[in-house]
Design a protein around this ligand. Structure first.
Ligand code: IPM
Ligand code: MN
Length: 351
């Protein structure tokens, strides 16, 4: 297969972790007889510094003419403590999600047998956890009308959902549940929010089309608690944009390191694959960041092209590295650790 992949390294540790995912993907391509053309493009703070905006038209053109986008990370501290900044790196990611129609963010959480002791949660609670969040990605409070009064005393962010937006996300959720444990949890705040009542009503009306799927409805605050109490009781969880943002960071802790969790954003022909972690500016340029979440995002990318053996080869080599202690310092527990690029080289050469 010939693949054109837009490569958006972004900010902070983005370029370092992306390099490793490229190495591993190239190793997979040569093993399975594929040809990947990488097309680098600017995004985030890096793009603001270079051309004044976080998702330049040129980058969008490159993404649109590619088969998929592999993304590193976005964000820079110089913007975080400046509430008056008009242009922000994060706007680039939001604009890209919207422009590419990526309404479904797939965020799996699973445990690695060799890392059960790394999680802050007790082993017996997390053992066997294998859940997937489907986070709605182009609606809700992230994209509703925003405003700040001239006097600067009042600010608002509107949360808006249409039935159609809920339906298309829920449909993906039901379909995903059918390929897995056949359980679907709709996470909302229907005791308070009208948008949540629309979510619940819409999902309830779809239940009859998927009689084999066991559907539950839980409030987001309760899920925040149950997620760390009984993570292995969940299969597929669907939720709106902001709840999904928060809960997936929480869920990433279950696996032992945020540096391990990949994601896919889907909705149109062009998928976006990225680690769920941020740009980790303190580690930028130090060759210490864990590249595995980005490498596993590349596995999701292959799988989305129905190249399942290729995805599996990546997952297996990551497992092998974890079993053999070929890990960055976040997973080394003070023991021997390796640099970002050493881990990447090892993964690529063991494919
Ligand atoms: C994420 C990030 C983004 C989000 C930021 C960087 C805009 O936190 O992908 O989860 O909030 O969606
Ligand atoms: Mn987030």
């Amino acid at each position: 297969m010939k693949l054109n992949i837009a490569l958006l390294a972004g900010d902070g540790i983005g370029p370092e972790v992306i390099d490793q995912a490229v190495k591993v993907s190239n190793a997979v391509a040569s093993k399975f007889g594929h040809e990947i053309t990488w097309k680098p493009a600017l995004t985030g703070a890096t793009a603001i510094d270079a051309v004044g905006e976080p998702y330049p038209d040129e980058t969008h053109e490159i993404c649109k003419s590619s088969d998929a986008v592999l993304f590193g990370a976005i964000g820079h501290p110089k913007f975080d403590n400046d509430p008056s900044a008009k242009v922000r790196p994060e706007q680039g990611l939001l604009k890209m999600r919207k422009a590419l129609g990526l309404f479904a963010n797939v965020r799996p959480t699973f445990t690695f047998p060799s890392l059960l002791d790394k999680s802050p949660l007790k082993k017996e609670r997390i053992e066997g956890t294998d859940l997937v969040f489907l986070r709605e990605l182009t609606g809700g409070i992230y994209f509703g009308e925003k405003g700040r009064r001239e006097e600067g005393e009042t600010a608002y962010d509107n949360c808006v959902y249409t039935r159609e937006e809920v339906k298309r996300l829920a449909k993906k959720g039901f379909e995903l549940a059918m390929t897995r444990g056949k359980k679907l949890c709709c996470v909302d705040k229907a005791n308070v929010l009208e948008t949540s009542r629309l979510w619940r009503e819409t999902v309830q009306a779809m239940e009859k089309d998927y009689p084999e799927v066991e559907v539950s409805y839980e409030f987001v605050d309760a899920v925040a608690m149950r997620l760390v109490q009984w993570p292995n009781s969940y299969d597929v969880l669907i939720t709106e944009n902001l709840f999904g943002d928060i809960l997936t960071d929480e869920a990433s802790v279950i696996s032992g390191s945020m540096g391990l969790m990949p994601s896919a954003s889907l909705g149109s022909d062009i998928g976006l694959f990225e680690p769920i972690h941020g740009s980790y500016p303190q580690a930028a340029g130090k060759n210490i960041a864990n590249p595995m979440a980005t490498v596993l995002s590349a596995a999701m990318m292959f799988e989305n092209f129905s190249l399942h053996a290729e995805g599996k080869a990546i997952r297996e080599v990551v497992n092998k590295a974890l079993n053999e202690g070929m890990v960055t310092e976040d997973l080394a527990d003070g023991g021997k650790s390796y640099g970002t690029s050493e881990v990447g080289d090892w993964l690529a050469s063991n494919i």
